[in-house]
Design a protein around this ligand. Structure first.
Ligand SMILES: [Zn+2]
Length: 164
């Protein structure tokens, strides 16, 4: 018997397969000098794990309910897995029930938002301001006070607990 979660996971896996095909033929091109932290594609492959590379550099999406950061409830800071830029504070995190770590506000100036029309949907992609790494998307169905839902890939981030 297939659960809803299994069906959803399969759909996401299928999308991931499409994305892998699409981006294999259309490499993402950021202009040189656009970001403070830049590496060649070969360098990124050495720096990142295959899972981090797939999301950060190929705009992949991790399967939902797979990231330990989805359940991270300690006080601390979520940073970019590519360049250590602080991205989100734990007190702006909420449980969206989607299976991806979700926040209602990023740290000021930490991310860039870009229109993304892949998969026939117009969405707003969220990138790291410092290295241009793809982090996830932002939607307008989040909680107050912003009403925004930053839906992030946990694999694209690291968590540093606050010193107590
Ligand atoms: Zn970064």
């Amino acid at each position: 018997m297939m659960t809803r979660r299994t069906l959803f996971g399969s759909a996401v896996a299928a999308l991931g397969a499409i994305a892998a095909t699409r981006f294999a033929t259309m490499p993402k091109a950021h202009a040189a000098g656009e970001f403070e932290i830049e590496h060649t594609d070969a360098e990124w492959k050495k720096i990142l794990t295959p899972e981090q590379y797939e999301v950060l550099r190929q705009e992949g999406t991790e399967a939902p309910f797979t990231s330990p950061l989805d359940h991270e409830k300690r006080k601390g800071i979520f940073t970019c897995a590519g360049c250590d830029q602080p991205l989100f504070e734990s007190d702006k995190k909420f449980d969206s029930g989607t299976g991806w770590p979700s926040f209602w506000e990023p740290i000021k100036g930490a991310v860039i938002e870009k229109s993304d029309s892949s998969f026939g949907m117009v969405r707003t992609a969220v990138e790291c301001h410092r290295c241009g790494g793809h982090l996830g998307h932002v939607f307008d169905d989040g909680p107050q006070p912003t009403g925004l839902r930053y839906c992030m890939n946990g694999v694209a981030m690291k968590f540093t607990p606050a010193a107590s």
